[in-house]
Design a protein around this ligand. Sequence first.
Ligand code: ADP
Length: 504
Amino acid sequence: MEYHSILEKQIRKILTTNYQDNAELQLLLNTISKSYHSFDRDKKIADHAFEISEKEYQKVNADLQAQIDIRKASIVKLKEAIRALDPSEANIFDDKDEDLINIISFLEEQIKRSKQLEAELILAKETAEKASRAKSEFLSIMSHEIRTPLNAIIGTNNLLHYQDPLPSQKELLNVMKISSENLLSLINDVLDYGKLEEGKIILAERDINLKQYIKNLRSAHRLRAEERGNNLRLMFDEDIPDFVIGDDIRLGQILNNLISNAIKFTKKGVITIEVLLNRIADESVYVDFAIVDTGIGISEDKQEMIFDRFTQANTNITREYGGSGLGLTIIKLLLQLQNSEIQLHSEVGKGSKFFFTLCFKKSNTNVLEENKKMLNFEAPNLNKIHILLVEDVDFNVLVAEKMLQNWNATVDVANNGEIAVEKAKNIKYDIILMDLQMPVMDGYTATKIIREFNPTVPIIAFTASITMDVQGRAREFGMNDCITKPFNPNDLFSIIDKYSHQQS
Ligand code: ADP
């Protein structure tokens, strides 16, 4: 039997040869040799284990170093980002400072500050919204308050025109008519401006016979132009299709304003309304409009500012002819709403040209059909039409009732919503004209109740308020349409004529 090499050496050194005869000694040597071998084995295992943990240690160490590098780079980047964000904080950190604690507390402070700022902003927004709501409400109430007496003035004037006044009285009535209509247009301008600012104007889409429309506009302004010794000309491009689709009321607002200005700022000159075809595309017709005058002109330094609200280039003229300085601002906003822009060429002493291009939709209506309809047109007559007029203001009742009776309608009056509900229960009306703001029961509530037992009778909101909110709300409560006071007699007639035959 071979012993472990170290034991062999020791045996050779220490023992005599006859040790092999001694069985007990042999047993001892065998046991020692086994111990040496097992020691060797354990040592190998230990060495191997140590080698492995050394490698792991190196790896962990390398990872740790990489983490430290990333952390250092992140701190540098964080500092750079904070400095870029707020240069005033540039010196707050020491470049050598690698401690995250400072940065964290700095960021905590920043978050606290921005939260505070956010809360302040929310408060400011809420205050601004409240102010804007208050402004809208104020405008709505004021418009109602001003339009109600104006309704009486304009309405009475219309009635007097129907009563064959003497020529001298007619002249005075005309002065009253023009002044009250000017006042109404001023109120509408102020209201419109508010609505445009809030983005609350929705454009209508109606067939417009442009040629006829522009001719009417010219007729409406001709007298005033002539009074100032002006020649009001029209240049209309015959290539423009007979009918186009657009918002005639807003177009009228723009052109009326420009023509009135041209007349106002021109004496013994020429004013030309130019309407030319720009181009016809797939579904659209582009038309160039220009109002050209030979009046006082506008100096170059004022050409931009006159489009700002409440600004006027020439205060002397304004004192003479009035004006709010809102007209051009509204024109600018109305054109913006239609993706267009008002432009101006002007020279002092020579005149001004205001121009813009509008895009209309193509229309299928043709002029022959429309003419046929016009031939069938009869004088306003509401014979056999039974109308319930719900209105609390005596003046308004007087004006509307007289006008309706002029057209031979039968009119019942209710002074508040409650009376209206009772009457509508007992009598089958062809149409109900419903004021909205009334004592005892308002028009909304009355309509809601009437709708419970009569879903078909046409109910038309008859209101001095012209905001979209009011019109939308009126429909929500079951009204079919809306007419504003002071009413234009033609509009009132058409709306009654349209709805009063609809009931089954
Ligand atoms: P308003 O006419 O009510 O004062 P506008 O906004 O319509 O308000 O016009 C603002 C100003 O622009 C006018 O006051 C006037 O100074 C100037 N302006 C407008 N149109 C003309 C024009 N055709 N010729 C000369 N000046 C004009």
